[in-house]
Design a protein around this ligand. Structure first.
Ligand SMILES: CC(C)(COP(=O)(O)OP(=O)(O)OC[C@H]1O[C@@H](n2cnc3c(N)ncnc32)[C@H](O)[C@@H]1OP(=O)(O)O)[C@@H](O)C(=O)NCCC(=O)NCCS
Length: 151
């Protein structure tokens, strides 16, 4: 059920320990679409924190880039790299609030094109993004080949 106590705000360096504590278990190595490793390198105005009743609940971060390789005709774009909500706070509206906040900020910055990726089977994420107007651009194939088998 949606919480009435959600706050979304820009981050500061002091938020990093809370995020690190969170993304240890959530950094799903099997999911090539999730990428939290670069969060230490980003600008804090690209990082957003969600809280419920003052308690850390999740984060979102984006980066700004130019001429994405999959659409080189686009000059400036934003890539929402990660949206993560603590399991205990999922389904209460934090993911939506984080994403809406980010889109408002990006709009105010003059960004026209926003990209993000998630896996085909991530129904909560797909529902969220599609309900906000994102449409599918292309599919990515995750290949695997084990080349060093034990004899
Ligand atoms: C995906 C994620 C960010 C969504 O955040 P959330 O706070 O749980 O989502 P919200 O409560 O804001 O709900 C967003 C929408 O998704 C829907 N939703 C939630 N769980 C769902 C599910 N299991 N199946 C389908 N839709 C679902 C909600 O109903 C809501 O839609 P509505 O407003 O039309 O009712 C969160 O579940 C999460 O952190 N998942 C693990 C990490 C992840 O997969 N991140 C995204 C891609 S890397």
């Amino acid at each position: 059920m949606r919480s009435a106590n959600i706050t979304v705000r820009g981050a500061t360096r002091s938020d990093l320990p809370g995020i690190e504590h969170h993304y240890g278990p959530l950094d799903n190595l099997g999911d090539s679409f999730c990428d939290v490793a670069k969060i230490q390198e980003i600008q804090f105005d690209w990082l957003v924190i969600g809280e419920i009743a003052g308690e850390y609940a999740g984060f979102l971060y984006w980066h700004l880039g130019e001429k994405p390789f999959f659409a080189p005709h686009i000059e400036n774009f934003a890539h929402i790299r990660e949206v993560q909500v603590l399991e205990k706070f999922q389904g209460q509206g934090v993911g939506r609030e984080l994403t809406v906040y980010a889109l408002d900020k990006l709009k105010a910055l003059g960004t026209k094109d926003v990209f993000l990726a998630t896996s085909e089977t991530n129904n909560p994420a797909r529902h969220l993004y599609e309900s906000l107007g994102f449409t599918q651009l292309r599919k990515q194939i995750l290949y695997a080949l084990r080349i060093n088998r034990p004899p």
